[in-house]
Structure formats: structure tokens, C-alpha cells
Design a protein around this ligand. Structure first.
Ligand code: SF4
Length: 429
């Protein structure tokens, strides 16, 4: 199998030259954007996700949600039947009836997402019109939005990006020029609370989170809005926020002690926080995070890691593993490389790392085998075959399902990489 190579260019970003990037366009092994519902439905407690799709879509969500212990039924699939596909029934009528039945049964729903899928796109079902039509029927009690989670050319984290960018249009507008901060990207509640406390101690505010736990807590957008990305896969959401006048605070992502410190520092600089005050506020949690990482360094130092492109978290994770745990990076593959959002991350990677964007899976598998890394981060579809070949793997999707951001979660993040290596060592004894 051939693959297209476009070893482009070294770009300058921040402090050092960015490593060269191998760009591939070939067969890919990825999950679709419906997967995002698994963590989004937990976060947004008065929202409901109605996938308009096939039985395959329903199975995907149910099996992905099965990974979560505390999954609650704030999602469902409106199945497009064969008679719908054959044009024997009016799909819009069916959808309207399904939504009405759902909202009658579940009066606690305040926000309903109609989530498009490959089948709904194949039959060209216009979910934005359906959302507008149904909104007229059910507002103001319920707001109805739509986005696509279809999986033909996407990665699984893009579902969150599509969901949040649809939500931007719903944010209340403010005329205030007073600076306010929006933290963008779904975070576990415990992490959100920790960050809120840090911002408060630093004197940064008002702060709101997108997505919010409830519709009432959505941030407002105005000329003073600044936003910090908590996740690296939110390109469309960032564009939608910028179009409404919000301005991004450039920073690395809050993974690991260093990433968290620099992320907080970027906000502190934007708010003019005194550097001594910043040091005082961050000193203890930093020290706690560094101590917690110490024992993982013994397991992970000098171990090699290979990333297949999957979650779009690969670059910040690689930076954390190499700089804070001493791991050797072989290839860091990512589905899309957003040069601007990742500029601060790329400048922190070792100059000799092989960065790749996109995928040609057979070629990449060959490279992975030739590196013979100690641990390979990949999607579920590749993990079993690679384990059968004797490689140790880590499911990329676990990194999105687990709270890993911030100082207090550093050790949990390191543990996710240490555990498979420790298990392998035990099995080998
Ligand atoms: S890839 Fe398409 S058909 Fe398959 S589960 Fe995702 S949306 Fe449904």
C-alpha cells in the first residue's frame, strides 16, 4: 500500500523549532463523533441527546456508555427504519412524534440535541430545520439544537466540538466590556471545581465553563469575553466564539503539573495577576502534583511510547510524558494538528520526535512495529491485534473518559500509562 508523504516544514512557534510533520492521507481507524455523547450527557445535567440514526449507532453508544459505570439514560437513538430509508414514511413526522413523546415523558429536559449520524446524512434529513421546527413547538420550555456526530471523516472527539459550537449560538449576549473568562471543553465536575477555586484564589473572574452543568449556568458572551481551551480538539467551537467577539488566551493544555501551571499562568498574565501572588497560590498544588508523579517516574522513565492518531490529545500527552515522566517519544500521531492551538505544546516537544498528522494505518502499523515501543496508545480497533503481537497498549478513549486535567489528577494520568506496563511485568514474572 502506498502513502502520500508531505514532510512539510519546520515552523517556529514559541521558544523552539517545531518538529517536522509527516502528513498522511490513507485508511484510518477511528471512532465516530457519537462517542462524545458518553461524557457530554454526564456533564450537561438538563440536556438530552437524541441520535437520529441506525441500530448500529444505537449499539455504538450503548457499548461505549457501557464503559462508564455511572451512565444515566440522558441519551437515546431514534432509529431510522428501512421503510424510512425507502421513502415509505415521512421521517420528519416520525421524528416530531418521537420528540413530543420524549418531552412529555421527561419534563426535566431543558435542552435537546438532535444528533445527526451517517444514515441521517445519507437520506439528507435536515436536522437544523427539524430543530427549528421543533423549537417553535416546544420553546420556551425546551431549547432544541442539532449537530452532526457522523463518522465518515471525523474523530471521536469532534462530536464534542460540534456539540459545543452549536451551543455557542445559544449563549446569552452581554454588552459589558468587563473581562470575563470562559473555560472551554468538557471537564469532570471535580476538575471544574478545582479550577474554579484556583481562578478565584488568583483573583481571575468572573469565570464560567462551556459546557455548563445546567442551561442556566451557560456563560454570556460579550466584548470582554476571553476564553481558555481546556481541550485541544475544539477548533470549530473556538471559531464560533471568535466570530462572536471572544478572544483566545494562548496556552498549553492543563495536563500535568507543567501544562496546568502554564495554562493558569496564561490566564493570570491576561488578568495582570502579580507573579508573586501566582507563585504563592500555585506553590502547594504544584508541589503536591510533583510529589505524586515521583513514583510513576520510576516506572515510566526512559520507556518509549508510540501514539496512533485518535483522541487529538496526543500532542499535549506526549509533552507531559516526555517532560515530566522522562518517556521517550517515538511517533506522535494525531488526526488533525491545529498549528495555532497547539503552538505552545509543539514548542515543548523534543526536536527529534516524529510527528504525524492523519493516517495511513498499514504504513503506521509498520512504523510502530519497527519502533517496538514499550507502550502504544491507540484506538480499540488496533489494541487487540497489537497486544496479540506482543505490544503493550493503552486505549486512547480511556484518556477522555477519565478526569486527567489539573494538578490533582496528574498522578491518575500517569497511572493510566504505568498500569499496562506494570501489568505486563507482573505477567512476565
Ligand atoms: S460511524 Fe456512522 S453509522 Fe457508525 S455509529 Fe457512527 S454515526 Fe452511526
Amino acid at each position: 500500500m502506498t502513502h502520500s508523504l508531505d514532510i512539510g516544514h519546520s515552523r517556529k512557534a514559541g521558544k523552539s523549532a517545531v518538529p517536522e510533520i509527516l502528513r498522511e492521507r490513507g485508511q484510518r481507524e477511528v471512532f465516530c463523533g457519537l462517542t462524545g455523547i458518553v461524557w457530554l450527557h454526564r456533564k450537561m445535567q438538563d440536556a438530552f441527546f437524541l441520535v437520529v440514526g441506525s441500530r448500529t449507532c444505537a449499539h455504538l453508544i450503548q457499548s461505549a456508555a457501557g464503559v462508564m459505570i455511572f451512565a444515566e439514560p440522558r441519551f437515546a437513538t431514534a432509529i431510522i427504519e428501512e421503510r424510512d430509508l425507502a421513502g415509505m414514511a415521512d421521517v420528519n413526522d416520525e421524528l416530531d412524534k418521537t420528540v413530543t413523546r420524549l418531552l412529555e415523558r421527561r419534563p426535566e429536559i431543558k435542552l435537546l440535541f438532535l444528533v445527526g449520524s451517517c444514515p441521517s446524512e445519507v437520506i439528507k434529513l435536515d436536522l437544523s430545520r427539524a430543530a427549528a421546527r421543533l423549537s417553535k413547538l416546544h420553546s420556551p420550555a425546551v431549547r432544541i439544537l442539532n449537530y452532526s456526530g457522523s463518522g465518515i471523516e471525523t474523530t471521536f472527539t469532534q462530536g464534542e466540538d460540534a456539540c459545543l459550537s452549536s451551543l455557542v449560538a445559544e449563549l446569552p449576549r452581554s454588552e459589558s466590556a468587563e473581562k470575563s473568562l470562559i473555560v472551554v471543553g468538557s471537564l469532570a465536575d471535580v476538575v471544574e471545581d478545582q479550577f474554579a477555586r484556583m481562578f478565584e484564589a488568583l483573583g481571575i473572574g468572573p469565570v464560567a465553563f462551556l459546557p455548563a452543568r445546567n442551561l442556566d449556568a451557560l456563560p454570556s458572551l460579550g466584548p470582554g469575553s476571553r476564553y481558555l481551551l481546556a481541550q485541544p480538539f475544539l477548533g470549530d467551537t473556538a471559531r464560533a466564539l471568535e466570530a462572536q467577539g471572544a478572544r483566545r488566551i494562548a496556552a498549553p493544555f492543563p495536563l500535568g503539573v507543567e501544562g496546568t501551571t502554564e495554562w493558569l499562568r496564561a490566564a493570570a498574565v491576561a488578568w495582570g495577576v502579580d507573579p508573586d501572588h501566582f507563585e504563592t497560590v500555585t506553590e502547594m498544588p504544584r508541589a503536591r502534583g510533583e510529589r505524586a508523579l515521583e513514583r510513576y517516574r520510576q516506572t515510566l522513565n526512559d520507556k518509549s511510547v508510540f501514539f496512533f492518531p485518535d483522541s487529538q490529545l496526543e500532542v499535549p500527552l506526549a509533552r507531559f510524558l516526555s517532560r515530566e515522566l522522562g518517556m521517550r517519544l517515538t511517533e506522535v500521531g494525531t488526526p488533525y494538528l491545529h498549528a495555532e492551538h497547539l503552538a505552545d505544546e509543539l514548542s515543548l516537544l523534543p526536536a527529534d520526535v516524529l510527528l504525524s498528522e492523519g493516517q495511513d494505518v498499514e504504513c503506521q502499523l509498520d512504523r510502530c512495529r519497527s519502533f517496538a515501543p514499550d507502550i502504544t496508545v491507540c484506538g480499540l480497533g488496533l489494541a487487540n491485534p497489537l497486544e496479540a503481537e506482543g505490544l503493550t497498549t493503552k486505549w486512547a478513549i480511556e484518556l477522555v473518559f477519565t478526569p486527567i486535567h489539573g494538578y490533582e489528577q496528574c498522578a491518575d494520568l500517569a497511572e493510566l500509562f504505568a498500569r499496562p506496563l506494570v501489568r505486563k511485568t507482573r505477567l512476565a514474572v
